[in-house]
Design a protein around this ligand. Structure first.
Ligand SMILES: O=C(O)[C@@H](CO)OP(=O)(O)O
Ligand SMILES: [Mn+2]
Ligand SMILES: [Mn+2]
Length: 523
């Protein structure tokens, strides 16, 4: 077996885009990446759509599906697709869980729907909410409250009103003498409720106050809240403050004993914390003030090892037979590192949404705490600290396979700040330069890739030639690089994607490629 350690770098959100327009990758000063492209075998691989198990090729890639594909070598139907199918076939509404939720609240209580309101299809889809509303009415539910998280991160940065209007129209169409559904609360997805990896619990606390307790600045409609906040703050949708809808000085939709609550997001990282707040008896992350006795369910089970949440409307994809599982069986010693914002990406998503390790001895995780600050103010994030630790690990010569996620291209890219994103990409390039030296010392192999694009397209495509520049905050449909440094190998041509990486790693580690995975990228 080869003794060369393999180091894999995920440059989160760094895709390949031929156009230089608003391209914070090609317009950044990246001497290291440039040198790698000039001197190493490389190819471009798919990171979006069907290649990563999404419903269609119009779906941009994202970290969950990207890391799943990288870490398991197979293409699984992902949450977005599974939920579409179970809604279309009506399986979801025949489920015991759905019927229990409806029966729980139809005579006395209220049904609450909470989630991200857009058609981004990364965490949720507005059509799923519409189907839930229709079926709640058909099932005899009389009172419904909708708690909306505004997106602007998977969809254009100031598009919230389009989705709010669409929802208000839907509610108007459904409301009659027997059915009464209204928006009750909301706020930007980066200010309340949707924190991840315990980076910022106060965000979840703010969400709890808004949705459950009905405490916060009051407005008569979601539109009024959004318009007022936009005027007062000038921030984009994801950062809009929280709001509570009230009538005659009273919030219209607090969450109370006997109610049913459905979190309609299907992706797990940003869904788990609020689930814990609803479900855990001995919860200590913040003072809930009041914990209503509700029937709570998620669109999916977000973590099946830890059973979060306990009730769910769809089973998650059962991702099995992963790279880590195969490597630890072969006694390969692994090391995984990132900062908080992407820590679960290189551990939990990488291992097929698995929180537990396969082998405590052979898997080492290291998390560098992220800043809690808008990342356009610190586009370098914790990249240097992450590299320090990674180099330290590599220098021990104890690890055979090391992986790292640098969040900069993505997390800074999502702010829509072009200048900061260029600095983010340059930061990653600087880390690659440091890593190459350490890889040389270890006589190792360095793989450089990404999970999807983001920084490669920082401006929306102009509608007309002279349209003003509009920032783009979402991921892209572009391919991502796959570069191999330190090994004399030949790349295959053809239609390759993220799922082809696992067998490539296996080959470079000198192991037998797995026949039931997508083929390796190298001959
Ligand atoms: O921030 C997030 O939640 C998503 C975008 O919705 O980004 P990523 O998939 O890169 O984590
Ligand atoms: Mn990502
Ligand atoms: Mn992202």
């Amino acid at each position: 077996m080869s003794k060369k350690p393999v180091v894999l770098v995920v440059m989160d959100g760094v895709g390949i885009n031929e156009s230089k327009y608003g391209n914070a990758v090609t317009n950044a000063f990246t001497p290291t990446l440039d040198r790698l492209y000039e001197t190493c075998p490389y190819t471009a691989i798919k990171a979006h759509g069907k290649a990563v198990g999404l419903p269609s090729d119009d779906d941009m890639g994202n970290s969950e599906v990207g890391h799943n594909a990288l870490g398991c070598g197979q293409v699984y139907s992902q949450g977005a697709k599974l939920v579409n199918e179970s809604i279309e076939s009506k399986e979801l509404f025949k489920s015991e869980t759905w019927n229990a939720l409806v029966n729980n609240c139809k005579d006395q209580g209220v049904m609450h729907f909470l989630g991200l309101l857009s058609d981004g299809n990364v965490h949720s889809h507005i059509n799923h909410l519409f189907a839930l509303l229709e079926e709640a009415k058909a099932g005899g539910v009389k009172e419904v409250r909708v708690h909306i998280l505004l997106d602007g991160r998977d969809v254009p940065e100031t598009s919230a009103l389009e989705y709010v209007d669409a929802l208000e129209n839907k509610l108007e169409e459904l409301n009659d003498g027997n059915f009464h559904a209204i928006i009750a609360s909301g706020g930007g997805r980066m200010t309340i409720t949707m924190d991840r990896y315990e980076a910022n619990w106060p965000m979840v606390e703010a969400g709890w106050k808004t949705h459950v307790l009905g405490e916060g600045r009051e407005f008569t409609s979601a539109r009024a809240a959004i318009e007022t906040y936009r005027e007062e703050t000038g921030v984009i949708d994801q950062d809009l403050p929280a709001f509570v809808i009230s009538e005659d000085g009273k919030p219209v939709g607090t969450i109370n004993d006997g109610d049913s609550v459905v979190l309609f997001n299907f992706r797990g990282d940003r869904a788990q914390e609020i689930c814990l707040a609803f479900e855990n008896e001995d919860f200590d992350k913040f003072d809930r003030v009041r914990k209503p006795d509700v029937m709570f369910a998620g669109m999916l089970q977000y973590d099946s090892d830890l059973a979060i949440p306990k009730m769910f409307l769809n089973s998650p994809p059962k991702i099995e037979n992963t790279l880590t599982e195969y490597l630890v069986k072969n006694n390969i010693n692994e090391y995984a590192i990132s900062e908080t914002q992407k820590f679960g990406h290189v551990t939990y998503f990488w291992n097929g949404n698995r929180a537990e390790k396969f082998d405590e001895k052979l898997e080492t995780y290291y998390e560098v705490p992220s800043d809690v600050i808008p990342f356009e103010q610190r586009p370098w994030m914790k990249a240097a600290e992450v590299t320090d630790k990674l180099i330290e690990a590599l220098d021990t010569n104890e690890y055979d396979f090391l992986r790292v996620n640098y969040p900069n291209g993505d997390m800074v890219g999502h702010t829509g700040n072009y200048q900061a994103t260029i600095i983010g990409v340059e930061t990653v390039d600087l880390q690659l330069a440091r890593l190459i030296k350490a890889v040389d010392r270890a006589n190792g192999i360095l793989l450089v890739t990404a999970d999807h694009g983001n920084a490669d397209e920082m401006y929306e495509k102009p509608k007309k030639e002279d349209s003003p520049i509009k920032a783009k905050t979402s991921h892209t449909l572009n391919k991502v690089p796959f570069i191999i440094y330190g090994a004399d190998v030949k790349m295959k041509d053809g239609d390759l994607g993220l799922a082809n990486v696992a067998n490539t790693v296996v080959k470079l580690l000198g192991l037998e490629p797995k026949a039931d995975w997508e083929e390796s990228i190298i001959e």
